[in-house]
Design a protein. Structure first.
Length: 255
């Protein structure tokens, strides 16, 4: 455990020198702004702004942020030819992968918490009703989004490790994954895949405005729903298989 903690600390020291990752995280502060304009125009409150952040910031933008960060964490040793020095130290290669995965999870949490704080700030100063609609469950939903999106993008991290095509490849597959997943969600196709599981567990399970929708929309809403246990099992299974493959690939590439 101490070995893993030391590796995580070392990874964060690397990130501090990567201005691109820091700037990308700070860009999360801008995600709620366009939706805030819509909320001001339509006289909407915190709940609508927060759900906009969950959907657009979490399901569309966050996967791209995490894939780019993953490419930076896994490619940096090769770029600076330090991987040989690292593996000469008696450090488990499994621990190396798990430390990088843990850093990505922490980055995901930081991104989502920043988004929530911006929503609170904008609601307090700009939206009708201020924070009257704020509920403590918003914190729960924020943390759930961070964890579940991380689990959902682990297959992309495995692909980044497998093909080792550089940062451009990571950007391309992250955008393809995020946009294609988001498009399937918009079309409303009932199929279980990682981002659909995130959507159901975080957005659909906690949509406080469903009773205000037309009956036809409510019926479609329930049609799309899978049991929460199925969605959660899908995410966990995908993540375990993907992380296991990532560890296997990382070991093979170092040999």
């Amino acid at each position: 455990m101490r070995e893993l903690l030391n590796l995580i600390q070392a990874e964060f020291m690397k990130i501090k020198r990567q201005k691109f990752i820091i700037l990308t995280l700070l860009a999360s502060l801008l995600v709620p702004l366009p939706w805030c304009v819509v909320c001001i125009r339509d006289n909407l409150g915190f709940q609508n702004l927060f759900q906009g952040m969950l959907v657009y910031g979490g399901l569309l933008f966050l996967p791209c942020v995490l894939c780019i960060a993953a490419a930076t964490l896994f490619y940096r040793e090769e770029d600076y030819d330090t991987l040989k020095n690292i593996i000469m130290v008696p450090v488990s290669k499994t621990a190396l992968v798990l430390s990088k995965m843990t850093v990505l999870l922490i980055l995901s949490v930081a991104y989502c918490v920043l988004g929530l704080l911006v929503c609170i700030f904008l609601s307090f100063f700009l939206l009708n009703g201020g924070l009257a609609e704020f509920r403590i469950t918003a914190v729960q939903d924020t943390l759930m989004l961070a964890v579940f999106v991380f689990l959902a993008i682990t297959p992309m991290i495995t692909l980044i490790l497998l093909f080792k095509k550089g940062y451009i490849f990571a950007v391309i597959i992250s955008f393809i994954y995020a946009i294609s997943s988001f498009s399937v969600l918009l079309v409303g196709v009932k199929v279980m895949f990682p981002m659909m599981a995130v959507f159901q567990l975080v957005i659909m399970q906690h949509n406080l405005n469903i009773e205000k929708l037309p009956q036809e929309s409510i019926d479609f809403y329930h049609y799309l729903m899978y049991p929460a246990g199925v969605s959660l099992a899908c995410l966990i299974a995908v993540a375990l298989v993907s992380i296991g493959l990532a560890i296997f690939i990382y070991k093979q590439q170092e040999n």
